[in-house]
Design a protein around this ligand. Sequence first.
Ligand code: CP3
Length: 347
Amino acid sequence: MSGGKLLKTLGGTRFPTPPIWLMRQAGRYLPEYRAVRATTKSFLDFCYTPEKAVEVTLQPIKRFGFDAAIIFSDILVVPDALGQKVWFEEGEGPKLEAITDPAQFGQLSRGRLTEFLQPVYRAIKATRAALPAETALLGFAGAPFTLACYMIEGGGSRDFAKVKLWAFKHPDSFGLLIDLLVDAVIDHLTNQIEAGADAVQLFDSWAGVLPEEQLFSWSLEPLVRIAHGVKARHPKVPIIAFPRAVGPAALMYRRTDAFSAISLDTGLGAHWAAKEMQPHICVQGNLDPLMLVAGGAAMEREAIRILNKLGHGSFIFNLGHGVVPQTPPEHVAQLVEIVRNWKPSAS
Ligand code: CP3
């Protein structure tokens, strides 16, 4: 059995200190990442070069000894595989040829996804073979709503007006896009599991822009359908859901029929999560990524506070969102030390 402490924690075992990994742990804050990244101009070509994806996936494991590696890829490989034009502009982030009309859905085809994303699956297979047995390998995908945000807005957005107005005014056609993405994400996660991923995480990074009822229809319900679809073939593989910035609506994600853990953003208090979430489901999170930039006593105080609140229950230490590029790598090493040396108080 590979995957050690993280998989066991997801299965309900408690350890004296929680497992730790960080969202975006492979990335531009590491000089060794920047060196490999510099050898390929296009970010997607970089993602689709298995040797490079394997190398950068392993970098943070070698440096920090995290309990999990997350395969180096991107959520936008799914729209790319479906046939939408996706590219990354230096300093600007992702760009997509925006979908403006349901008539364009016909151009998206799920049939070629598995073939198209073979480089990702090859990278997973090689990474699993290279990782220590006790390090879990995580696969991942973007949630349908978050993918729809990029596909309809044509990139990032300040107000998400296009995607929200489409969902609010034309729920039937929006639902067709979400249905297509549910099926595509089931395929992508299943393929990652079959290539060697030990667990998977669903990133619903923009769920928080939806009002509560819409959140149910366009975030929770599609995520549960994905989880059930994946579980139909791989019932034992844990699924972590990250519904970012949904506030107390995180309560409705306590669906143990679907998820093994919920990843919490920084907006949710550790005290609240210990009372309201943890008795029902394992939680992951939720140090502010800028605490990791600040480092020193501020970071230590906050990490210990989170550990004291959540470390007694079912818990995976992580950030509330991804590591940012200006993070000093030494602070990451210090954080791992703090978590591994934490002594549970008697409370
Ligand atoms: O280490 C890991 O976490 C694994 C790799 C990973 C990346 N993106 C690599 C990446 C993962 C899990 C993602 C997920 C992802 N991608 C999300 C969900 C998580 C979140 O941040 O909310 C989203 C929304 C995306 C889409 C995306 N990809 C954006 C908005 C950007 C640009 C932002 C930026 O920081 O510039 C990317 C590019 C990207 N994906 C980079 C990395 C390391 C930086 C680009 C580069 O190295 O050239």
